[in-house]
Design a protein around this ligand. Structure first.
Ligand SMILES: NC(=O)c1ccc[n+]([C@@H]2O[C@H](COP(=O)([O-])OP(=O)(O)OC[C@H]3O[C@@H](n4cnc5c(N)ncnc54)[C@H](OP(=O)(O)O)[C@@H]3O)[C@@H](O)[C@H]2O)c1
Length: 319
């Protein structure tokens, strides 16, 4: 079968479309005919050699897909690698039916973004709004990206006041249309100052932080009393820096979130799916697919994320 292979560790040029043997499902797995694959920042890190738990190359890339199961059902699924291929041995616990009205590209754009965004709200303690309390405030970094746009759709359903950062006015305008109330262009304005102004000096209840480096500390400074920073990535390539002593004053906290880890917790995943599928059935969630590439153009597709040029999800056609 045809597959996208990480031939050696390095930048997106190391990706090669090759013929490889079909995967053989092990107990608990099922075979899916791949239609589309969703690209994640983690795929870039896996190719570079910076993603924990990834086997050495050569390795079939991809952690998220949409395809057809042997019973004819279109499913979307989550894996750690092996998803960008004509056939995928998928864990049965981590495949879900795709709504009929959705395209394969939309299916491939769902699992990582929406489960991650859902669990970010869960970790922030914001899934249930307390009666008679003002709308909670959340700062979402990379709000125009894959996880960011999913977090905006979910935040809208939860009644959250959302603040989001992006490098571009054009991207922010598009996320505003999804329901983001306060866009902050960090190339024009320091987001910490902007949050302070926009919240009358009070700060936000939670920050979804996936940048690392100095941004972890800056994000803590954006919090109001008892706020939480949910750390779930390091797109700058720098480990997050922060001084735990900063947490004392406001009773603030920093929480980690890693879908790879959470996805092994069957009960948590089932609870998340119960809520997400209900919202999907009501028509409230719809993945934002910004770009679709042929498998042969995977290097360009990966680069789009690296160069911050993507809006929403970047998807590969696997057929
Ligand atoms: N822990 C988990 O389980 C988990 C799960 C999914 C994703 N993540 C993390 O979440 C983050 C977003 O992932 P995604 O796949 O949805 O990607 P994405 O947000 O669609 O794309 C990355 C975006 O990040 C922004 N960005 C800001 N600083 C950047 C930098 N130094 N380099 C590159 N991009 C930068 C850019 O948007 P602007 O130009 O608008 O700033 C870029 O478009 C990544 O850090 C990823 O590792 C973690």
């Amino acid at each position: 079968m045809k597959a996208l292979v990480i031939s050696r560790l390095g930048d997106p040029d190391v990706l090669e479309v090759r013929q490889v043997p079909d995967p053989v499902p092990t107990p608990g797995q099922e075979l899916v005919e791949g239609e589309a694959g969703g690209i994640n920042f983690a795929d870039i890190m896996s190719a570079q050699g910076g993603y924990p738990g990834t086997p050495k190359p050569p390795l079939v890339a991809g952690r998220e897909f949409c395809g057809i199961r042997s019973d004819g059902q279109r499913v979307m699924g989550y894996a750690q690698w092996g998803a960008f291929a004509e056939r995928i041995a998928a864990s049965s616990a981590l495949v879900w039916p795709v709504p009929q009205a959705w395209s394969a590209e939309e299916g491939a754009a769902f699992p990582v973004n929406y489960f991650t965004a859902y669990f970010a709200y869960w970790k922030a303690g914001l899934l249930q709004k307390l009666a008679d309390t003002p709308a909670p405030r959340v700062l979402i970094h990379a709000v125009a990206g894959g996880v960011g746009t999913a977090a905006v759709q979910i935040g809208k359903l939860l009644g959250v006041e959302m603040y989001g950062t992006s490098s571009s006015e054009e991207k922010l305008a598009r996320v505003n249309a999804l329901g983001l109330q306060h866009g902050i262009n960090y190339r024009q304005r320091d987001y910490e100052e902007a949050v302070k102004d926009l919240t009358h000096g009070e700060g936000v209840d939670a920050v979804f932080e996936m940048l690392g480096g100095e941004h972890t500390m800056k994000s803590v400074r954006c919090l109001r009393d008892f706020g939480r920073v949910i750390v779930y990535g390091a797109a700058t390539g720098q480990p997050g820096q922060f001084d735990p002593r900063m947490l004392y004053a406001k009773g603030a906290s920093v929480h980690g979130l890693w879908l790879t880890y959470v996805s092994a917790k069957r009960e948590l995943m089932n609870q998340a799916w119960e809520q997400l599928s209900e919202w999907m059935a009501q028509g409230h969630l719809r993945p934002v697919v910004g770009h679709v590439f042929a498998l042969e153009q995977a290097s360009d597709a990966y680069r789009l994320l690296l160069e911050r040029k993507n809006f929403g999800k970047v998807v590969l056609n696997l057929t």
